[in-house]
Design a protein around this ligand. Structure first.
Ligand code: FE2
Length: 155
């Protein structure tokens, strides 16, 4: 396992955490594909899935912040815009992401880079920004309760 959700990432014990767990599971899936020298199409499909899920998750998180009157909501939204752009740039630059044509050392370097990117991309965001939502969770919960669990919906 390359990425795992940890207790110190807990925000709301509910919707936000389960979205984050899914994002982290997809990131782990990307690493496993790299490790298994999967073809680039499979890795790009997984990265596109990460971007799609992130887009939906960020919108939900922004709606919850708005509902709770979270004062830093505009700034947080801007950070989400940047994160999506960073991921899109990464996907474009990494169009030859597969390890299949790389030497073992080159593959190791690529995996190291991918892990570093995704750590900064999501884990640092959860631990640096999303944790600030903890005091507002109670105000978010009525709206969160009305939102579907994306995994049960098969998104
Ligand atoms: Fe966020």
């Amino acid at each position: 396992m390359f990425f795992a959700w940890k207790d110190n990432m807990a925000i709301d014990g509910g919707l936000i955490d389960s979205d984050h767990q899914e994002l982290i599971a997809i990131m782990d899936g990307v690493m496993i594909l790299l490790h298994n020298k999967a073809p680039k199409a499979a890795i790009l499909t997984m990265l596109d899935g990460l971007a799609n899920f992130a887009r939906i998750h960020f919108e939900r998180e922004e709606a919850l912040q708005k509902a709770a009157g979270y004062p830093d909501a505009p700034n947080h939204k801007q950070i989400h815009v940047t994160l999506l752009k960073d991921l899109e740039d990464y996907i474009r630059e990494m169009s030859n992401i597969s390890c299949s044509a790389l030497t073992p050392q080159e593959c190791k370097n690529r995996m190291h880079e991918a892990k570093r990117f995704m750590t900064r991309w999501l884990i640092a965001h959860i631990l640096g920004e999303d944790v600030k939502l903890r005091p507002h969770v109670q105000k978010m919960s009525p709206v969160a309760d009305s939102m579907p669990n994306l995994l049960q919906q098969g998104v």
